[in-house]
Design a protein around this ligand. Structure first.
Ligand SMILES: C[S@@+](CC[C@H](N)C(=O)[O-])C[C@H]1O[C@@H](n2cnc3c(N)ncnc32)[C@H](O)[C@@H]1O
Length: 351
């Protein structure tokens, strides 16, 4: 079915209609995914394997006619695999797709991160967007950066540490840190990235710069990994404090997409003031290019978080401008790989 003629040329009427239907299709996909999770279909089909529509509907208490349509649409989204459905009969078999097994595990009982993404989505999606846009109060707990020990632990462990692998691989594959000896990792989470750099490069020492609660978590995590002699923690707030000096590489790993361009420029200015001559600035970040759905999903959520700034996932051209304005020259850009969302920018202070 992958004929080139199925993709209409840009600007054609069919391309325009396709664009419009992507909005409605997106709404349908999301509702289907929410209910797929709520009804615990991953667990059911992961545990019992593919089953006829009739049996699934009976087990889940669904009206057979409506339930069949629902399962068929889940197959269209790619979350289920449908077999023997030519006549749309009650005996049509539905099982978890390869993608669903990737998101929720082969037994359907994993996928904390993907489930949490949907849970966070629902937390804001149930609010009236118009009321919010007109200034209504936002619920408690919608604030960034997280400040209470529980919310920081949830964020640093369940989100940052568990999703770090793709960014670490990207960073290592870029070779941006191969000659590093002393690295300052700004907003360096719980030290996961610092420890990974030390494992990959025997000569490296890393200092994680982070807010007090995250810094405390980092100390514990680094000690658990017996890396205290190579990964150090410097407590600080980059809005208030200058950066420590004496580093040959300064890293922002997935930290700049939390902040709007004015803040990034302020951080680049601070980095330039602290950097030793000949040192390198390395940015490993999700950029806008190639990540439109990712950006839409996250920045929609950020409408409901006043503490997040504007246009956080920035195109490369914005980083170029900000770096140039802060006195840096980009020396290399490693584009996104197929495995993760991140690109790596290397920069040095302009002569
Ligand atoms: C998205 S996380 C990235 C963590 C880590 N670099 C990684 O890739 O796993 C952003 C980090 O920036 C830190 N951060 C946020 N605001 C900060 C501030 N004002 N000063 C220092 N660090 C801050 C957070 O605590 C968090 O660890």
């Amino acid at each position: 079915m992958n004929h080139p003629e199925l993709t209409p040329p840009a600007g054609s009427l069919r391309a325009m209609d396709n664009h419009f239907y992507r909005f409605l299709g997106g709404g349908a996909r999301l509702r289907l995914l929410e209910v797929f999770i709520e009804l615990q279909i991953p667990e059911l089909l992961g545990h019992r394997g593919p089953m006829p529509a009739q049996q699934i509907c009976a087990l889940l208490g669904l009206n057979l006619h409506r339930g069949w349509k629902f399962l068929h649409l889940l197959a269209l989204t790619g979350l289920l695999e449908e077999k023997h459905g030519v006549y749309s009969g009650d005996e049509t078999l539905f099982g978890l797709s390869t993608d669903a097994k990737y998101y929720f595990g082969p037994a359907g009982n994993e996928g904390f991160f993907y489930r949490d993404l949907v849970a966070f989505w629902k937390k804001v999606a149930d609010l009236s967007l118009i009321d919010v846009l007109r200034g209504s109060a936002l619920p408690d707990g919608i604030d960034w950066p997280y400040a209470t020990p529980d919310s920081v632990a949830h964020f640093e462990y369940h989100w940052m540490r568990l999703t770090a692998a793709g960014s670490i691989d990207t960073l290592l594959m870029s070779n941006a840190m191969v000659n590093a000896q002393k690295v300052l990792d700004i907003g360096g989470g719980d030290g996961t990235v610092g420890c990974a750099l030390c494992s990959a490069y025997p000569a490296i020492q890393v200092t994680v710069f982070n807010l007090p609660v995250s810094a405390e978590l980092a100390r514990t995590h680094i000690a658990e990994r017996h890396m205290n002699d190579r990964v150090h923690v410097h407590e600080g707030d980059f809005f208030k404090d200058e950066f420590p000096t004496g580093f040959d590489h300064v890293l922002f790993n997935r930290t700049l997409a939390d902040w709007q361009p004015t803040v990034c420029k302020m951080l680049f200015d601070k980095v330039r003031r602290s950097m030793a001559p000949g040192a390198k600035l390395v940015i490993n970040e999700a950029m806008l290019e190639g990540n439109t759905d990712f950006t839409l999903a996250w920045e929609f959520r950020y409408i409901f978080y006043d503490s997040y700034g504007r246009a956080l996932f920035k195109p490369l051209s914005v980083y170029q401008q900000l770096l140039e304005d802060a006195g840096f020259r980009i020396t290399h850009v490693t584009p996104m790989r197929n495995e993760a969302f991140y690109s790596v920018i290397e920069a040095e202070v302009m002569a």
